[in-house]
Design a protein around this ligand. Structure first.
Ligand code: TXA
Ligand code: MG
Length: 318
């Protein structure tokens, strides 16, 4: 099989209706989508991604109204959040209804719900009588895809169709929130920043260092990794171990002198964290294909989307 890349929503919808998988654009990253209500289809997604069954998937719907039959309750604080970020880069954990298969939630009684903010995918969802299960469209543990080409490179021979919605506008995954005992808890830092959440809802808890944390089973410490070892360090610190041309550099604003210019990728020359988030995964992929032996990375300022970027970089590092 060789995936066709195109913008044909009807074709994508009919493949999904037939129980096939289709890669879909969202504003965060591309998703590997299938019928969320069909256990067989969901299990195919796990297989294609080579993802362990303990790692649950997000259910994508066209609107909260469309998601309601699949969720048990929707607390008031979620309504406030949904008014702003649904559609948007936010995922909310909700009690699941019996319509949601256990395989989707890895046995949890909560389902992760998201309304992606991408016109093609919203249109696609409107054409379907079911919500879509969609993890990021990358092999388990690798960098998430933010262009149709990224998806084709890695999963192109395993799926029939990639819906082309261009490069992703946000570039990092959705922020995942849970609501427990009256508190909001951030399970994954992502496209909605902690500061933005706190303006709306007051102080939120942030779950850090989540290795083997049962509340966020997919948040393994090592994740989003390029095949090339990635180290959080200024590149000159690696010069006693590697020659300069063997070192790649991922910087925030400025190039360095210690390694060749060809091996360097800059996230945002103007220092804009949103631009940096948009460029992050593409730069990581380019560095992974640059033929270097090690990638030196410097963290970005730790506020706004910088927190999500730094979280991804730490998880990608060895
Ligand atoms: O931006 C995104 O959220 C993208 C796009 C495609 O929507 N999706 C995405 O999915 O990042 P994925 O599968 O790569 O990561 C979703 C993570 C899981 O690893 C898991 O940690 C968490 O969401 N998750 C999903 N369902 C959960 C549940 N019921 N309870 C706890 N965590 C859950
Ligand atoms: Mg993922």
């Amino acid at each position: 099989m060789k995936a066709i890349i195109g913008t044909d929503i009807k074709k994508a919808a009919s493949l999904l209706q037939e129980g096939e998988l289709v890669a879909i654009p969202t504003e965060t990253v591309y998703g590997l989508a299938g019928n969320a209500t069909d256990s067989r289809v969901v299990s195919m997604i796990f297989q294609v991604k080579n993802r362990p069954f303990f790692d649950p998937m997000i259910m994508h719907a066209q609107s909260i109204e469309a998601a309601l039959p699949y969720i048990g309750d929707f607390p008031d604080v979620y309504k406030k959040l949904a008014d702003i970020w649904m559609p948007g880069p936010l995922t909310l954990l909700c009690k699941k209804s019996p319509l949601v298969p256990d395989i989707l939630t890895a046995g949890s009684d909560k389902v992760a719900v998201r309304i992606p903010n991408h016109p093609l995918t919203l249109q696609l969802l409107k054409n379907l009588p079911f919500p879509l299960a969609a993890p990021s469209a990358n092999p388990f543990g690798y960098i998430s895809p933010t262009t149709p080409g990224h998806v084709a490179d890695q999963l192109g021979d395993k799926i029939p169709y990639i819906l082309d919605g261009g490069p992703c506008a946000v570039g990092v995954e959705s922020t995942i929130l849970d609501y427990r005992n009256g508190s909001l808890i951030v399970l994954r830092k992502g496209g909605v920043s902690i500061e933005e959440l706190e303006v709306l809802c007051g102080k939120v808890e942030v779950m850090d260092e989540t290795e083997n944390n049962p509340a966020a089973p997919g948040m393994l410490k090592s994740h989003y990794s390029p095949a090339t070892p990635l180290r959080i360090t200024p590149p000159y610190m690696l010069l006693n171990e590697y020659s300069p041309e063997r070192i790649g550099y991922l910087g925030f604003q400025k190039r360095v002198e210690s390694v060749p210019a060809n091996n360097q990728f800059i996230l945002s020359e103007s220092g804009d964290l949103r631009e940096a988030a948009r460029n992050l995964f593409t730069c990581m992929r380019k560095l992974d294909n640059a033929g270097v032996d090690v990638i030196a990375v410097e963290l970005v300022p730790d506020h706004g989307l910088g927190k999500a970027i730094n979280d991804k970089l730490r998880r990608a590092s060895v």
